[in-house]
Design a protein around this ligand. Structure first.
Ligand code: ADP
Length: 187
């Protein structure tokens, strides 16, 4: 059995930054489906070739592809360490797929990152300049925010009903946001 922690929130909210620091501090796997997909694109795998244009346009990769990628990744994690899921689930279908494996992979907590749109757009554009990520363009950001609101935001209520949500104010110093998340973990 390995415990799952979900980092949920709009693009640019800083999930990846926080997930990597929390994972290091509390000896958890950091699983970012966005990173995994970008690796597939770089390596020109079959999945990468299917995903490339969707990523660049800011659209979601179809559930069946992402779900099988994620489940394979979880089953390769035989160390039984817990894991932080950064960017998964992003649709109700993906959330239901986690529900199906919850005996083996129980979700302990869902951290919902909150930030206003203006700040998100500013951050993503800055990140794009620094990293050269091909999906950090104005057109793609607009689509990703729309997709977040339509497909992913409903998951907040879904997990609130299960009483496992903690809200994270994603505006402020990285270190302060880190502390507000870290207090939910034990060493
Ligand atoms: P961001 O949170 O800034 O959008 P990510 O690295 O989490 O960055 O995701 C980048 C892109 O990867 C998404 O816009 C989407 O195309 C794809 N992606 C990542 N995770 C998923 C997922 N769970 N389901 C479908 N597509 C995904």
């Amino acid at each position: 059995m390995s415990k799952l922690y979900i980092f949920l929130g709009p693009p640019g909210a800083g999930k990846g930054t926080q997930a990597s620091q929390i994972a290091k501090s509390f000896n958890l796997e950091h699983i970012s489906t966005g990173e995994m997909l970008r690796e597939h694109v770089n390596n020109k795998t079959e999945l990468g070739n299917k995903a490339k244009n969707l990523l660049d346009e800011g659209l979601l990769v179809p559930d069946e592809l992402v779900i099988s990628m994620l489940i394979e990744r979880l089953s390769n994690n035989d160390s039984k360490k817990g894991a932080i899921l950064d960017g998964f689930p992003r649709t109700m279908g993906q959330a239901k797929s986690l529900e199906e494996i919850s005996d083996q992979y129980p979700i302990v907590k869902v951290f919902v990152f909150e930030a206003d749109t203006e700040e998100l757009v500013k951050r993503i554009l800055l990140r794009g300049e620094a990293s050269g990520r091909s999906d950090d363009t104005e057109d793609s950001i607009k689509v990703r925010l729309e997709v977040y609101n339509s497909d992913t935001a409903p998951l907040v209520k879904y997990y609130q009903d299960k009483k496992i949500v903690s809200t994270v104010n994603a505006i402020g110093e990285i270190q302060d946001i880190y502390s507000s998340i870290a207090m939910h973990f034990k060493n």
